[in-house]
Design a protein around this ligand. Structure first.
Ligand code: ADP
Length: 480
């Protein structure tokens, strides 16, 4: 059942109970008040009749010292007539509670008569046919005779008023319920609108539309819920995009990997087949064996780099204070001796927070790339500059070359695994397009990133910044 319908049904139940009980108590209150008034009037009339009877008895001529039954009847009849128009009914009984006079229509039952005691005035409400009466009873002491006076007052009107009251209230309750239900229906629909909007948005999201959001139409708790839902949906959408991105990257990676694997393997298989199927002259034999060797080497480099990336992605490294000199001197040791390289190293002293071996690998890859990019057929030396600059943001490492440079549109892609700007040139130098991907992963672990500046034909600068110790005025160092 819909939430708005539940609100509607419960409101109707509560309204019906409230109106019903309220009406019942109100009508009964009015009835009780009227009845008390009628009973009071009946008792007053009883006492007036008692007094009138005693007065009338005293006025009887003295020859009748004793009050005759016939006189009692006569007085009774007079008293009844005296109340004509008011519907007065009375009954007079003697000491033995034998009825002497009774108005026409007076109740025949004598049970009440038997209950009348001296010095008291009692009453009861009785029903006779369709009519209701207040019956009163009292004792009259007249001329040594004890008589019983009973009266009956018609109170049917009060009962009819009560019945009418109930009828009016019942109709009123139905009308109120009808109006209340219509109003509640619209209020419930209005109150539950944010829920419907939320449900709609959630359903769309479940169907795959992650950009779907619920419209916030109020600032109350429901509005807050909508706001939180949208916030959650935005986070979810972002995560799903990230996941999709990751899946796409993985698929690209696998496609590129299988392609990169196929190229050297095809060459290796082709040349190996040539070697085993024909007798080649010495030069061709050497060339074939050399292809197999270089392509095999490339496969080896690729598998080692891949292993490095996988290990690095696990992200479990321990950062320590590393003297930058150790890093720069390591590169100098690796490239300084090469005859076709002019390595210029200039760096500020300092210590950085890093994992030394991983950072050596980054610098080695960048320097190797710079070397490969500067390689010329004419045998001129490759100039590579290694810079270490202490700045406000941290310690900047830069590797500059004056080689081929990178086209603007390629800059973003070269850090992707297996991406090579010039494939044949890269492959001829044992490249597999994994070096910069590895550098990016390592720098991510150091909360840093690769910055590339390059102009085609002029060269490139690859750099990154790491947190370092601050140098104070007196030359001592402290960690960031
Ligand atoms: P690899 O060097 O094994 O090919 P990398 O991931 O290190 O793989 O580099 C990817 C590609 O980026 C290289 O193939 C090359 O085309 C380009 N590249 C990298 N460094 C430089 C550079 N210093 N100058 C010009 N191109 C570069």
């Amino acid at each position: 059942m819909k939430f708005s319908h539940k609100i509607l049904i419960w409101t109707i139940i509560i309204m019906a109970a409230a109106f019903g009980m309220g009406g019942y108590f109100f009508v009964n209150f009015v009835f009780d008040t009227s009845m008390n008034r009628e009973i009071g009037q009946a008792m007053d009339e009883s006492s007036i009749l008692q007094f009138a009877f005693e007065t009338a008895a005293l006025n009887i001529p003295s020859k009748y010292d004793v009050l005759q039954d016939s006189t009692i009847e006569e007085i009774g009849s007079n008293l009844e007539k005296g109340g004509q128009g008011t519907g007065r009914l009375l009954r007079l009984s003697d000491e033995n509670r034998t009825v002497l006079y009774a108005s026409e229509g007076f109740v025949e039952d004598t049970e009440f008569l038997m209950q009348i005691q001296e010095d008291t005035r009692i009453y009861q409400v009785i029903r006779q046919g369709e009519r209701y009466y207040v019956q009163t009873g009292t004792v009259i002491d007249a001329l040594d005779r004890i008589l019983y006076l009973e009266t009956m007052k018609d109170v049917t009107g009060v009962f009819e008023e009560r019945t009418q009251g109930f009828a009016v209230y019942r109709n009123l309750t139905f009308a109120m319920l009808l109006v209340g239900s219509v109003v509640t229906f619209f209020i419930a629909a209005w109150l539950t609108r944010p829920i419907r909007l939320l449900t709609g948005a959630a359903r769309k999201m479940a169907e795959g539309d992650y950009s779907s959001r619920a419209q916030q139409i109020s600032n109350d708790e429901m509005g807050q819920l909508t706001c939180d839902f949208n916030y959650m949906a935005a986070a979810l959408e972002e995560n799903i995009h990230k996941l999709e991105e990751e899946i796409r990257a993985r698929e690209d990676f696998i496609a590129a990997f299988s392609h990169e694997l196929k190229t050297p393997l095809t060459a290796i298989i082709g040349y190996a087949d040539l070697l085993r199927s024909r007798k080649l002259d010495e030069e061709k034999h050497f060339l074939s064996a050399n292809y197999i060797y270089t392509e095999g080497k490339r496969l080896e480099t690729m598998s080692l780099r891949l292993l490095d990336i996988i290990v690095t992605r696990r992200g479990d490294i321990k950062l320590e204070d590393v003297d930058v000199a150790v890093l720069f001197e390591y590169i100098r040791d690796m490239f300084g001796e090469k005859e076709d390289v002019e390595l210029r190293v200039a760096y500020d002293k300092g210590k950085i927070r890093a994992e030394a071996n991983l950072l050596k690998s980054v610098l080695l890859n960048l320097t190797d790339n710079a070397y490969k990019a500067s390689f010329t057929e004419d045998g001129s030396k490759a100039v590579i500059e290694l810079q270490g600059l202490r700045g406000e943001d941290g310690y900047f490492f830069g590797v500059r070359d004056y080689g081929v440079g990178i086209p603007e549109e390629e800059k973003r892609k070269i850090t992707e695994a297996f991406y090579m700007v010039d494939k044949s040139r890269a492959r001829s130098k044992n490249g597999a397009g994994l070096g910069l991907a590895l550098c990016t992963e390592i720098l991510k672990l150091h909360h840093s990133e690769l910055v590339i500046e390059s102009t085609v034909g002029e060269g490139s600068l690859f750099g990154f910044t790491l947190p370092c110790e601050e140098v104070t005025v007196d030359g001592t160092q402290k960690t960031d």
